[in-house]
Ligand binder design. Structure first.
Ligand SMILES: [Zn+2]
Length: 119
């Protein structure tokens, strides 16, 4: 369950930021994620809700910027972007099978808005 450790990491980084900046809580957390078989808006939001519970991150809005998954044709090498995960797609050029190029689960922690505490 890679996505669980990923969300845990997001919560961890958020708590670290709150502490470093002497804030009381986080109001918005911005992250980027690549579409994959395990990651979609509702799965990520519900994991975040359960993992951030009872922490200063629990009421934060998790704003997710989604990146498309990149698929590459095994035959001609053509790459294409897919916004909704599928096991494979048809190459736009030659029609052969194109597979996900990045074994997704790629994400980054972009920014955070903190609130409360000493300025
Ligand atoms: Zn092709």
């Amino acid at each position: 369950m890679h996505e669980v450790s990923m969300i845990k990491k997001i919560v961890e980084l958020t708590l670290q930021q709150i502490e470093e900046h002497h804030a009381e809580f986080a109001s918005v957390i911005c992250v980027s994620m690549t579409v994959s078989d395990h990651l979609n808006e509702s799965s990520v939001q519900s994991l975040f809700t359960s993992l951030a519970a009872h922490t200063p991150a629990e009421h934060a809005q998790l704003a997710i910027h989604w990146n498309p998954a990149v698929y590459q044709c095994a035959t001609c090498g053509m790459q294409s972007s897919v916004w909704e995960y599928v096991p494979y797609t048809d190459c736009l050029v030659c029609g052969k099978m194109a597979l996900p190029r990045t074994q997704a689960h790629e994400w980054s922690f972009d920014s955070i808005v903190l609130a409360g505490g000493a300025e």
